[in-house]
Ligand binder design. Structure first.
Ligand code: ADP
Ligand code: MG
Length: 306
């Protein structure tokens, strides 16, 4: 009887392993999706066969993608991504790659980083001038004004924003957010702050770094929308120190500032005059003067879309 040496055992084990690997690999290659992936890789079969199970996993995701019509019906493990191979220095690596729909989404949302939303719903980032409802002619004047702003602002001649007052739910916030989004595509930075909530927040966070950062941003950002002014409860401090100093700075630096409100400027003046303990018409007048310097006033009374 022959004695089997250690080397022979190793040789036999190795050849069995290689045979097994190659069998599995060529069997897997019968899958047309896997074959398509392999055809795109510039490596020899003897290298590729070490990765059969990974290639099989990739082929499932690749097949899902080839049949997919919409990112919402994505069947892959990570929505919008496919687990696929890439060659790096003649070695095969696998990773998650954005699919065609995800890539488009990333491209479409690139401008998001130019617009900061403070205490307002995130959906405003999707507000778009091309989706604006045009079924109510009472809104035309505002839409036209804003479209002109979008065209003219990048030329550097416009310094005034809009004080847009009007009925509840008629799209004041939406239209200005859509304007900022259009300009964000041209890398113009903007911020929208929901004024009543910002002031409520401020009471508890005034001394924190986070607040200072927000306050500074609001003061200095290129385009600002103070949303729903008039719905806040006025204190001497939030009117004179907070609102007053933001407006003062923006006036000096000629930074376009927008407002939306349910009140026109006359009503806003009354609102700003009365704090809990006293009525200060002069202080309110001073704020109103700044708003008038910063804006063109417009009223939009239109259908409620809520
Ligand atoms: P306002 O600020 O005047 O109270 P909003 O801007 O919040 O009103 O609009 C009310 C609702 O109607 C929101 O849900 C908004 O998304 C929707 N909306 C308003 N105008 C439009 C528009 N032009 N196109 C699409 N949706 C709109
Ligand atoms: Mg609003």
């Amino acid at each position: 009887m022959k004695t089997i040496t250690k080397d022979m055992m190793a040789f036999n084990k190795n050849s069995i392993d290689i045979k097994l690997l190659s069998n599995n690999y060529y069997k897997a290659l019968k899958n047309p999706f896997l074959k398509e992936i392999v055809d795109q890789i510039n490596l020899e079969d003897k290298e590729l066969m070490k990765y059969t199970s990974m290639l099989e996993e990739a082929s499932i995701e690749y097949e899902n993608c080839s049949k997919c019509k919409n990112i919402l019906e994505c069947k892959n493990k990570v929505t919008g991504y496919a687990f696929l191979p890439i060659t790096k220095y003649k070695k095969l690596e696998f990773g998650y790659n954005a699919c065609r729909y995800q890539k488009k989404l990333i491209e479409d949302n690139k401008h998001y980083k130019y617009i900061s939303l403070i205490e307002v719903p995130n959906e405003l980032k999707n507000a778009s001038m091309k989706d604006v409802y045009t079924n109510d002619e009472k809104r035309f004047e505002t839409i036209a004004w804003l479209n002109k702003f979008i065209l003219d602002y990048p030329k550097g001649t416009l310094k005034k924003g809009l004080y847009l007052s009007g009925s509840f739910g008629c799209g004041k916030t939406y239209l200005i957010a859509a304007t900022f989004n259009e300009l964000a595509k041209q890398k113009v930075k903007s911020a929208i702050v929901y004024w009543p909530e910002f002031l409520r927040d401020l009471k508890t966070s005034f001394t924190t770094d986070e607040f200072k950062e927000k306050f500074d941003k609001i003061k200095k950002v290129e385009l600002l929308l103070i949303d729903d002014i008039g719905a806040e409860s006025v204190t001497e401090w939030n009117r004179d120190e907070i609102l007053g100093s933001i407006l003062q700075y923006r006036m000096q630096m000629q930074l376009p500032t927008f407002f939306t409100s349910n009140m026109d400027i006359v009503l806003l003046e009354n609102h700003l005059a009365s704090t809990k303990d006293k009525v200060s018409t002069l202080k309110a007048k001073r704020i109103i003067e700044r708003i008038k310097q910063l804006t063109i006033e417009q009223e939009m009374i239109a259908k409620n879309y809520r």
